[in-house]
Structures are given as structure tokens and as C-alpha cells.
Design a protein around this ligand. Sequence first.
Ligand code: ATP
Ligand code: MG
Length: 713
Amino acid sequence: MSHLLEKLNQAQKQAASHMDGPFVVFAGAGSGKTRIITTRIAYLIEHGVRPWEILAVTFTNKAAGEMKERVEAICPEAKRATITTFHSACARWLREFASELGFQTNFSIYDDSDSNKLLKKLLKEANPKGDIPNLLADMKSFLHIVKTNGYFPSDVERLHQEMSHLIPIGGVALYRRYQEELANCNAMDFGDLLLNVLLLLRRNKTVSDILSQRFRHVLVDEFQDTNRTQFEIIRRLSERHGNLFVVGDDDQSIYSWRGATPANIIDFQRTFPGAKKIALEQNYRCSGNIVKAASTMIAKNVNRAEKTLFTEAHEGDSIDLHIESDGEMEAWWVINSIKQERPNFPYDDVAIFYRTNSQSRSLEEALRRENIPYTIFGSVEFYDRMEIKDILAYLKVLVNPNDAISITRIINTPTRGIGAKAVETIERETKSRKLPMMDVIRQLADEKIPRVSPKFRFFVDLMDALKKDLLGRPLPEVIETLLEAIEYPEYLKKKFPDQYIDKTDNIHELGSAIADFAKREPEATLDDWIQSITLVRDRQDLDTVSGVSLMTLHMAKGLEFRRVYLTGIEDGLLPHRNSVEDNQQLEEERRLLYVGITRAKEKLSLTGASRRRTFNNYVVNSPSRFIAELPQETLNVSFAAKQVLDAYRADDEQPDEEYFEHTQEEYSYEPEPEALEKGSSVSHPTYGRGVVEGFETKFGQTKVIVKFYDFGF
Ligand code: ATP
Ligand code: MG
């Protein structure tokens, strides 16, 4: 037998060495599902499958990167296999087949803010007097649903039959307009990357033949999180040979809010008759206490497939439970513990998780104060910064001159006297002349319109010159040259004198990013780089990975760390306040905690805070309801945590309705409660504007009860 299989147990071996036909591995956390996939890729190659005939997909770039690394360690030929995320795989195929869809290969990928801009513009056209923010929110969620469920604008009838209750007024027409407008810009949004591949597979026989013959084996990790569009892509790609191998765990389905359908894995054998299925029951990752705590808690979910998870590992350390007085103290406790344990757990082995991105701020501050190196995963913020978006917009227009959203961003940045009116003219003319925006600007420049034509001429000439100068250059020089040519630093200095240094630093970081990329991929073009950063939204910040890892619970899926701190174990955060009203959503929050707990190999701490600062307010949270679901014998509850829990328990016995209502109505605490009185109006960064309804003092703290006007987001 192949030595590759030596490191697997009996059931794992059977799965990894399975040759042809559909196969599903359905098993709990840490039971070796991903190990099966990596071993299997090597095994297939060893048994004559050519590496480029293998497609393995997963959800995050980090998980894909790790999978690639693990496979290549045991089988260097696997370098030529396609091991990647859904989005990257699809973007690659679309570059190849863009023309079949009427796109050019250099199409732009619009991120959320680009597509918001476009949608807003269309909404304003359609409803000049409408409430745009509201319409935008409705339309965005509608687009999300249709794109993840495989509906095209042409599927009008199906749309009306199957989801009429979800269509906002005029939604289908607007969907069509939006897609047309994207096509005019030679651009696709994130959803389109998948949807357009599905379109090719459904309606273009040539492409669908090519793609489905290209891969003889399709493997999917974390299959419980596939949505309908992804599922259909996978199904069609593997239709011809039926060699579809999937692994997953319904208890770790944490993306149903984004359209994932766990039924895809639960009903796998029904969809693929003759599919083989195995379950794995042994967890190899975590210590005994961690497995016990996670399994006991997740069993509280009603909607789940029954499964067993055991470990032969020693029970290990107890799980710490700490509740501190506020978010800052919580961060301080975590960081202090990391420092103290450093001899046992080097920084690289430590991870801190949180439910929402905003929780990372206090942790980051504390880490910086203590000079502890760290890496944040999934922070998209860098690429959302104004100066970075400006520079990228220039580059995008150079590669794709049809990209109207990017053109309108840069045409008057730095300022060139092209005002809103002139931009409106361009947009109007682009629409009526039915030409790419850059061509229209060129025509307008020639049309001798007083005052504006010379300015348009200047812009067009500038872009032509940049194109000539930049596109041939080695990548590392591109940004520097661009900055100089458009006099961007001078513009920043003049417009943002206070932030000039920060913003320049950011641009330099962008410069290092492109240089790093060029080193890694010497053959790559500017277009390749732009695509790589647009796609890799869950990359770590630009530094290389080292030190303590920080990430949201969603990002943590599939990963493992020797030492884990799971922060914010509070009602309102975990479960999240938006999810407590609905049982299905509450179960998803429980799964999220299950994912978090089962990342820890050796030691886990759960931490929370009694109140959290958000700008000027404090939000008061009670301990997470999930704490009571953990077996007490696995926990080591700190003195302070015990006091808080006891206080809430005592309170529980004499229910004080108003007090426990705080998950629906927000309670917040002002640093200077004297300054407030009943009826005062207050504002909160998340909940918006509200009015003070009353006060309440408990545990020596005064809470202000606030009714927020439009609570809910
Ligand atoms: P998750 O559901 O969290 O994605 P998983 O089922 O994919 O987990 P893996 O990440 O593949 O689990 O494995 C968990 C850990 O157990 C890894 O460190 C892996 O190397 C180890 N492991 C898996 N199978 C075995 C085995 N048969 N013997 C020893 N260690 C194993
Ligand atoms: Mg896994």
C-alpha cells in the first residue's frame, strides 16, 4: 500500500484511496477531513491522475493556501493541480472565456463599494425621489439572493414563481439594468464571478465541454457552506465522470446567512445516487476537555444530523472562563496571559478570535502597546482606504478603459476642475452614445465645448501617456511613476495636511505589496496583480504572517492553533444581537461557537466583558447564554466571572423583564450620566439616533435605557 496512507486511520484510508464515483465524508471537527483531501490529491497523482486534472476548492484564501502547502509537502508534483478558492478558480476561467460572454479578458472586478456606487446611480435614475439608502439595502440583499441561487435576469418567470416575496419593487428590471451597466463597464461583481461561470456551463456547450473535460477529479472541502450557484457549478463540472469528492460537517455550517445550503451535504447521496459515504468519529486535534465541551454544547441544536465525536487525547487543561469589567480590561487580560504563557506557547501558536471585526481594535491596541507581533486575517480595510482606492482606480482604468466607476473616481482626483456637472454630462452622453466612457470623453474633448473640452483633453492625454509609460514597465516601478505623473503626493499634502504622512505610508505599503507580488510571480502583468488583490479580500494585512493571529470566528473555520482565546462571549455578540430572535439563526450562532472552540488544540480561554465601549457609549452585555450549555467540569471559572454569572443567575430567579430585554432594545452607558436626562437625544455609532427613556442602577453601574429610532441593521 502507498506510504501516503500510513498516517490515516481505517476509515480515512478508505476515503483517501477511493478511485471513481461520488463520495462524501461527513464528520465532526478535527476528525481529519482536510487531511483526507490533501492525502487524496497526492494519492491520485501517485495513481496516474495528472496533477492538472485535479480541482480542489475551498472557501478562504488562507484555507486554500494551507491546503496547497500541505499537499505540496507530500507531493511536489501537486504544484500543477488547481487548489484554490471558488472565486479565484472562477475568475481564472472567466479570463479565459470572457469573450464567450461578450466581455474582454481585462474585465474589472468590482468590489462592494464599486458596485454600491453603480447601484446607487441606477436607483437614483429609476427613483429620483426615492429613499436611496433603503432601496439600496433592499436591492443589495435581493441581488445577493439571486446571484447565490443561480438566477439570471432572464429567469424572470422562475424568479416570480419561486421568490416573488423577495423581489423589491422594480427589482428584476433593475437587476437587468445593473448587469447591462456592468457589461458596459467590462466589469463583474463578486457574485458574477460565480454566476457567469454557471451561465457558461449552462448555456455554452463548447465551454462547458472544455471545463468538464479538463478536470477528472473534483474535490471540495467545507462542503456544508456551498450555496446553490457553487453547488451547480461543481455538479456540472463533475457530471461527465462523477468523480466528485466532498467533505464537510453540518455542525460547522456558518454561512447560511449568505445563502449556503447545508442540505447540499446532508442530501448528497440523494442528489448523487450510488454515492459512497463515510463518517469519522475520532477527533485528533483537541484535548479531551475541548472535545467534550464542544460536543455537549452543539448537541443542543435541534437541526443537525446526529454524530459522535470522541478523542483518545488526555483531558488536558480546563477551559478558562474570564469576564472582565470592560472590553479594554478583557484585551489586557488576554494580552497579559499571552505574555505569561510565552515559554509554553510561542506567539505563532496563539490565536485570538472575535465575532465582529470591530472587536479587534482594543486587542490590537493592547498588542501594540506590549510590542507583541501579530497578524490580522481578513482585514479588508487597507484596500478600502481612500488613497489606495484612488491609485487602484487609475491602474484599473489603464487596464480596462471601459471601467466607468473607476473613471468617475479619478477624473477629478487630483483636482482638475472637472466638476459634478461635467461628470453628469459624461454619464449622460455615455448612455446616449452607447460607447465606452473613455471613448465618449475623447469625443467630448474634440467637440470644442467651451471650458470643458480642454479639461477633458487634458485627462485623455494624461491617460494615454500613462498607458504608454506604465504598461511596459516592471511592476515595482509602476506606482512610483504613476504618483509622480499625476502629482498625487502634492494633492494629498494640500488636501489632507494632517493625514498626509499616514496616507503616504499607506501608498508605500501598496508599493511594497506590488514589489512582493512581482518577486513571487515574475511573469505576472499589472492586470494579474490587480486581480489578485481584488480577489484576495481575506488576505492578512500586507505584512508576512507571524506572531499572534487575530481573526473573526468565520475566518477561523478549518484552521487550528495550539492556544486559542475566544473573546466576547456575551449575549449580543455571541449570540449576535441580530440573531437572538430566530431559532435557526440562534443555532447558527451556536455552530459558530462550536467552530471557535474546536480550533484549539491544547488550551482554550473564553473571555467576555460586562460592558463595551463604542465611541462615547458603553453597551452592557450579559454573559453568553451558551456558557450554561458547557459542561461545568470542563471549565475553570475565574473569581470575577463567577460573581458576574451568580449575579445574573440570581437575577434570573426574579425575572426582571426590562433588564433581560436588552438584546432587543439596546442599553448603553454614558461616561457622564448626569449630563443626560429622560428625553435627551443621544447617538450611537451602530444604532444611530435615539432618545433616553430612563435609568437603572445595577452592580454599581448606571445604565441608560435608550430607545433607538431605527434599530436594526
Ligand atoms: P475541521 O472540521 O475543523 O476542518 P478536519 O476534519 O478537516 O477539521 P483536519 O484539519 O484534517 O480535520 O485534522 C485535524 C488535526 O488532526 C490535524 O492536525 C491533522 O493533522 C490531525 N489528524 C488527522 N487525522 C489524523 C490521524 N489519522 N492521525 C493523527 N493525526 C491526525
Ligand atoms: Mg478541515
